[in-house]
Design a protein around this ligand. Structure first.
Ligand code: PLP
Length: 488
């Protein structure tokens, strides 16, 4: 018997003329003429299918994707942690979800109170004096912070500064943000321990230095042990220190960037504080600043005005603000999610986050370092960077290993970053995963290392278990074919 019915059929294959998915109500408005025939596209094939078929097909497509709700995602430098569903519930409360940015402020006091409290909590977590929530991505937070540094120098009549110092391990958005402020980038190399080369920094620092952009822990997953001296060096030459705080998982409740000497920093709520992430957004990259930079924060900042008659929350523009970075108040739903997460954990819970984030990464480090090369063999923070250079000698690259992981149901880690590690595999287990999940990941990575020795050719064509097997990545990016086609 030949059964052709198949739930994987495309909508085109399910379509036949006259099949309908919905019945329109009787017309209760005047009939309008159709547009002229030449304005109507005839090449666009629209399938005729029932509602049930559309739903099944779309659900099937959604299940072909990796997501944090379906698979483990050990993506270094991009923290993909579990998004607690209670965050979603809070963000969809009608009082938060259905408000409009142009509503009178008196009608949205609860939402403003939440934002005001979140500003205070974030500033407290990093030991800064002020915070603005309106920036909508990590990279936008960086740009805002660097514009604040520029505004600070200009406000002092200090126009000679034009170089921003950035270590070679930095995320690519750092040099891009500095360049967008009109500055030139000076790259500072890393030393053999994975810290920034302090002597190179000393040589580079001078009266033309705008400041330093530094990620801590750095993107090798390492805490720069010279951090106090680094901040002092930059300050001594009149520069300011920008902190890339996209991934603060290892730091929560342990160390404050403000206490270490940073002047301004951004958070990624969509990494550190469990708000959804991926597929291009929506993100949230609040900026926190030390006292001298608070007057330059992006607008709006939320203030609380208390006097004898009233207690209300207002939006205001700081005196010398760099201006607006988003149309309204940023991605408010993300703020609700982060606020929920932080309040559910409380101060002691945040301490557990950093403890488990660091413990889990070191557990992975200890269990994989006999199987993959470890360029910086020291205690790591929330992530660990291996190199697949041993496997490369068998003809297997970091990319092949990453693709093979998909067959085992695990999302690839970050690859080929940081750039200073050959065949980099950058792994962040996160604190939200169980020991069983992490043990499974370790066993899979060990099994793949064995496969490389036994049958390297197996890895060259992985993955095998996905609807599409190995793609030509360059071609897929340059000529994306996102339309579905009538199967012939
Ligand atoms: C993710 C990340 C960024 C950029 O954040 P986006 O929200 O993607 O713009 C910047 N720096 C570091 C270290 C990051 O991990």
């Amino acid at each position: 018997m030949n059964i052709e019915y198949n739930e994987r059929r495309s909508l085109a294959e399910r379509s036949f003329k006259g099949k309908i998915g919905t019945t329109l109500p009787r017309l209760d408005v005047p009939v309008q003429d159709m547009p002229d025939a030449e304005d109507i596209r005839t090449d666009l094939f629209l399938p005729e299918v029932s509602e049930g078929e559309v739903v099944r097909y779309m659900t099937l497509l959604s299940q072909m994707n990796f997501s944090i709700d379906t698979n483990y995602y050990p993506l270094g430098s991009c923290t993909m942690k579990y998004n607690p569903k209670v965050n979603e519930e809070m963000a969809s409360l009608p009082g938060f979800a259905n408000i409009h940015p142009r509503q009178p402020k008196s009608t949205v006091q609860g939402a403003l109170e939440l934002a005001y409290n979140l500003q205070a909590i974030l500033a407290e977590i990093v030991g800064m004096s002020g915070c603005s929530l309106s920036t909508m991505a990590g990279a936008q937070g960086e740009l805002a912070g660097m514009l604040m540094i520029r505004a600070y120098h200009v406000s002092r009549g200090d126009h000679k500064r034009k170089f921003v110092l950035i270590p070679d391990s930095a995320h690519g958005t750092n040099p891009a943000s500095a360049a967008m402020c009109g500055y030139e980038v000076v790259t500072i190399p890393s030393d053999t321990a994975g810290n920034m080369d302090i002597n190179a920094l000393r040589t580079a620092c001078n009266e033309e230095t705008v400041g330093l952009m530094l990620t801590l822990p750095n993107t090798l997953g390492l805490f720069d042990t010279n951090i106090l001296e680094i901040c002092k060096l930059v300050h001594d030459c009149g520069g300011l220190v920008y902190g890339d705080g996209a991934n603060m998982n290892a730091m929560l409740g342990r160390t404050k960037l403000g206490d270490l000497g940073f002047d301004v920093m951004h958070f990624n709520l969509h990494k550190t504080f469990s708000t959804p992430h991926g597929g291009g957004g929506p993100g949230s990259g609040p900026v926190c600043a030390r006292d001298i930079l608070v007057p330059f924060l992006p607008s709006p900042v939320i203030s609380r005005n208390t006097d004898e008659e009233s207690d209300s929350y207002e939006l205001y523009e700081p005196d010398t603000s760099i201006g607006k970075t988003s149309a309204f108040h940023g991605n408010f739903g993300m703020l609700v999610r982060a606020y929920t997460y932080i309040n559910l954990l409380g101060a002691s819970g945040l301490l557990e986050v950093s403890e488990n984030a660091v413990l889990n990464a070191n557990y992975v480090l200890a269990n994989l370092k006999d199987h993959y090369s470890l360029p910086y063999d020291r205690v790591c923070m929330h992530e660990v960077v291996f190199s697949a250079k041993m496997q490369k000698q068998q003809g297997v690259s970091a990319l092949d290993i990453a693709k093979r992981l998909i067959d085992y149901g695990i999302h690839p880690p970050t690859m080929y970053f940081p750039l200073i590690v050959e065949e980099a595999l950058m792994i962040e287990p996160t604190e939200t995963e169980s020991k069983e999940t992490i043990d499974n990941f370790i066993q899979v990575m060990q099994a793949i290392a064995q496969e490389v020795l036994d049958d390297p050719s197996l890895l060259k064509n992985a993955p095998y278990a996905t609807p599409n097997t190995r793609l030509d990545e360059a071609k897929a990016a340059r000529n994306p074919d996102l339309r579905w086609h009538l199967s012939s």
